[in-house]
Design a protein around this ligand. Sequence first.
Ligand code: ASP
Length: 640
Amino acid sequence: MATANLVSIADLTNDEIEEIFDLADASDKLRSKKVVHGKIMATLFYEPSTRTRLSFESSMQRLGGTVISCSDMQASSAAKGESVADTAKVVSSYADVLVVRHYWDGAVQAVAEHADVQVINAGDGGHEHPSQTLCDLYTLRKEKGELKGLNVVICGDLKNGRTIHSLVYALARFGANVVTLAANGMELPHYVLERLEREFQYTLAPVAGDDLSAVVTETDAFYLTPKQPHQLALFTALDSTIQTRITSLVSGLRYDAFYMTRKQKERMTNSAAAGDYPTIGSKFLREQRFKDTVVMHPLPRVDELSPELDKDRRGIYFKQAAYGVPIRMALLHFLFEKGRRARISKTAKSSVLFESPHPIGPHCPNLKCITVNEPGSTRLRFELQSEGPAGALILRCLYCDHRFKVQLVGQATSKKYCAYDIALADNIARWLKNGELAIFDSIKQAEELGYGPYKSGPRRAIMDEAEVDSAIQQISAQILGDCDDPDRLLIVGVKTNGSMIAQRIASHLERAQKRKFELAELETYGAGEDLRRVFPVDPELGPIQLRDRSIILVDDVIHTGRTVKTALSIIFRSGRPQSVRLAVLIDRGHRQIPVKPNYVGKHIPTADHERVRVHLRELEPDGKDTVLVYSIINPSENRS
Ligand code: ASP
């Protein structure tokens, strides 16, 4: 039998979701249909569950099927080290559907690749929980009628809450707007925001300061909507005019629902789990403007929802949990009846897939991804995404959705490698088509596979050590000259070179002012923690506070402006600073995004085919600073 899986909410189209809702409306009638009769469901839960598991099991039995289960996966062969791939293969011959919950992001995708029967994701790490989203949307639709145009506040741990991730994609698809109200340090991951922007043109705007003060939180709220192209991430200085303009876009919003979540402590270190967490209680209930705002929660709750809400008509979370049975009955009926291979989502259909020609290749940087923790159950497959003209080449992990930048590419026949550059785009497309494209994490990896470097054109040094030093000194002096409140100053370097320069700027400021300055580091395509403290390092301090800070964002070279745009959207997602000013060692022109650096070490007008590389002494074997300009030589003309 062909299989139909539900691994991500993207596996279902909007029409299919509506079809499942119609089936759920008449779930009693499904009992007498024979579609699921005699079928067997295996529930494999590597993490605790009450609602998801029991409602799936109850649904299966109501539909005339039966259930087999390992009551505790620690009592299964998993405890002896069995891989998810082997478990999937074996249990496939005992059951007709596998319902799987696992602690690694992307694990259910791996199960689906090895199982011969259909697979349903009941939660994979901090990644997705699509059947919960079906319950959530169904509840919302029952309460509010249409989903289109609703304003839904998602609140709490937006970083690790898997229910949130599936939910925001679905809300965006149905045309609802999302307001994020994250606990500090638990903001929506950047890869989720990027997907909302890429697929649904959603952008962020800050909600008016006191708009959500009835919910106790120290965090700023942001409105995600495709309606107004406000491009917040392009403003490097949020002056009062811009603030007012953006705020007026979103003031007086009607809030239709508050979707509250539990702090996912099991996915955090103790220090990350510390700090304030939003709660909803009597203050919320009393506020007139929330009189029609329903409160939802995937449950279990800890103390973020006061029991007072249970008796209020707006607290609908027990209803939401009860819908788990009709929805999961409908889902099982739908998947068995269709019995067809999982639909590939709209993006996946038009996507370009990359599979490494070698047994080693690029790694997903997400340390919680199944590909990192159980590589034997996965394949080295990614979606290749291009950021557009002159943009970076991005790999999206097909298991956990995290995205990262391609640094090194190789050609498998000539066994040559070079740094990725847009000038190579045509070659790369050809190599990909012929199955000759290799991508590496490091030069070491390329050389271990027998690859040698491509030659590049002649290099000329345009800045030496003394020039780099004096440029950084001059930038530091200007920053100090503009700074009226050193306590507010926060220096943020873009990893890796920007971060080194930021540290040098901080030491200049320190010497001049005889005091320390707070320093952070930002990674645009990192392993999860986009914004990290560099100084002070005390883990007790918790996440960096951005509210009302004067941020100096530091990078080595500004070219198209895309890195800066990404960095700014990471900053704005994490809080509302008073201003962000941009300092770069080199401005080489050719901007595609209209951002303008405030402090520039040197302007270097370059030709399009030329590249600029900054070598900093901290990272160089010879311990010297140099800035080089060179031209790209097309590798196909260089098959020596
Ligand atoms: N039950 C939901 C989940 O498994 C929510 C939670 O645990 O907080 O993701």
